[in-house]
Design a protein around this ligand. Structure first.
Ligand code: ZN
Length: 372
C-alpha cells in the first residue's frame, strides 16, 4: 500500500527536477545567444599572402572581406564610427624609433589607463580642446601622451585604438604628436597572457574562432602598429612611462632609448624562457621594471630624497606615470613625480595632466584647469 505513493512522489520529483534543469539550461542559452547577438565590433585587419583580410562583427556575426589591392581604403564599417579607412596604410610603416626624446614642445596633455573607456576619453579630450566635436585634432603643435594600458579591460578597446590611430596622423600633420606608450597590459597580450581580457573580447575571439592575442599578432595591422610604440619617452625633460623608474632601474644605469630597444628587440614576441634566462631582460619585465613599478606610491618605503636622486640621475625635470590608480591626477614629492591614472577604467570620471608655461595643471572632466 505504501509503495505506490512513494514511487509516485519520486516520479513527480524527478519530473520536476528534470524540467527545472531543462528550463534553466534553455534560459542560459537564450541569455548567451542574445548577448552574442548584441555584439558589434570594429574591424581587425591582417595581412596574409599578399592579401588584406578585414573582419568585424555585426550583431554577433563575423563578417570577412579579402582584398588584394588598396580597395579596402574605401571601406566603411557601420558598427565602428571611430574607424576611418582613409587613414589606413596599405603597407604599414614598421620602423621603430627607439630614441623618443622631444624638446621645445609648447604644451603637453597626458592621461593613462584608458582600458576601453572610449566615451569618457572623448568627453575629456573635447572638454580640453584636444579634439573638436567631430573628434579631430585641434591641439595644434601640442603633444598628447597616453602612458599605456589601452587593451584588456572595458568594452570599447578597438574604438579607442582606431581613434588614436587616426588622431596620431592628424596630430603629426598639424606639427603635434600623439605618443601612445605600452603598458603592462599591452605587453601581456603580446605574450598571450589573457587573464584580464574582458568578457566581450573573449567572446569576440571565440566568434572569430581564434584567441585574443592572435587578434593583435604581428600579422595584424594594429598589432604591428602597437609594436612600434615606445615604453618610455621624454618631452621637455619630463620622462613618461607606464609604471616608472625604480631606484634599482637607476642603479642599472639604463637610458630610455636602451629600454625601448630591449623591449622591441629582445622581449616582445620573444620566448619567455630566453627573457627569463637573461638578468637584464628579466629585470625589465618584473616589478622594478618600467611597466610594472609601483614603488613611488608605497609611502613607507619611498622618500622624497629617493625621488630626487632618480630625477637627478636621469637628468630630468619630472617623471609622469600611470598604472597606479587614484581618483584624479596627482602631484607627488613636491612635483618630482606626477601620477595620471585617474581611474578612467571605471568609466565614471577621468582627468588630464596638462603642462604649459613650465607648469603642471589638473584638467578635470568638466574642462576646468586647476593649478597644482
Ligand atoms: Zn598597468
Amino acid at each position: 500500500m505504501l509503495k505506490t505513493p512513494v514511487i509516485l512522489l519520486l516520479a513527480f520529483l524527478s519530473i520536476m527536477g528534470f524540467s527545472y534543469e531543462k528550463a534553466s539550461v534553455s534560459i542560459v542559452n537564450d541569455v548567451t545567444r542574445s548577448a552574442l547577438q548584441q555584439i558589434d565590433d570594429c574591424p581587425y585587419i591582417s595581412y596574409e599572402e599578399g592579401q588584406v583580410i578585414v573582419k568585424w562583427i555585426a550583431e554577433g556575426k563575423p563578417i570577412e572581406r579579402r582584398y588584394s589591392d588598396d580597395e579596402f581604403l574605401q571601406l566603411k564599417i557601420a558598427t565602428c564610427e571611430d574607424f576611418e579607412s582613409k587613414y589606413l596604410k596599405f603597407k604599414p610603416n614598421l620602423s621603430v624609433d627607439n630614441r623618443q626624446q622631444f624638446e621645445g614642445v609648447s604644451k603637453i596633455a597626458i592621461l593613462s589607463d584608458i582600458h576601453g573607456q572610449r566615451d569618457l576619453l572623448i568627453t575629456l579630450l573635447q572638454a580640453h580642446k584636444i579634439i573638436d566635436t567631430e573628434r579631430n585634432w585641434i591641439f595644434g603643435e601640442g603633444h598628447f601622451v597616453i602612458t599605456g594600458d589601452v587593451l584588456d579591460r572595458g568594452n570599447k578597446v578597438m574604438e579607442v585604438l582606431w581613434f588614436l590611430y587616426k588622431l596620431e596622423q592628424q596630430a603629426e600633420k598639424a606639427g603635434g604628436r600623439v605618443h601612445l606608450l605600452l603598458g603592462n597590459h599591452e605587453v601581456m597580450v603580446f605574450g598571450g597572457d589573457l587573464r584580464y581580457v574582458s568578457e566581450k573580447y573573449l567572446e569576440v575571439a571565440s566568434i572569430f574562432n581564434t584567441t585574443y592575442d592572435e587578434l593583435f599578432s604581428s600579422k595584424t595591422l594594429l598589432g604591428q602598429w602597437l609594436r612600434t610604440k615606445p615604453i618610455a619617452i621624454s618631452v621637455n625633460n619630463i620622462a613618461f612611462a607606464h609604471g616608472g623608474f625604480s631606484p634599482k632601474f637607476v642603479d642599472r644605469r639604463f637610458d630610455l632609448e636602451t629600454v625601448n630597444r630591449l623591449f622591441h628587440d629582445a622581449i616582445i614576441d620573444h620566448p619567455k624562457n630566453t627573457v627569463k634566462a637573461n638578468d637584464t631582460l628579466r629585470f625589465l619585465t618584473k616589478s622594478d621594471g618600467p611597466i610594472w613599478y609601483r614603488g613611488y606610491f608605497r609611502d613607507e618605503e619611498f622618500t622624497k630624497e629617493q625621488a630626487q636622486e632618480i630625477v637627478d640621475a636621469m637628468d630630468l625635470n619630472a617623471i609622469v606615470v600611470g598604472h597606479t590608480s587614484y581618483d584624479q591626477v596627482l602631484k607627488h614629492y613636491d612635483g618630482l613625480i606626477y601620477s595620471v591614472d585617474s581611474s578612467i577604467k571605471k568609466g565614471q570620471y577621468g582627468e588630464l595632466l596638462i603642462w604649459q608655461g613650465e607648469e603642471f595643471f589638473r584638467g578635470t572632466l568638466a574642462g576646468d584647469i586647476i593649478k597644482f
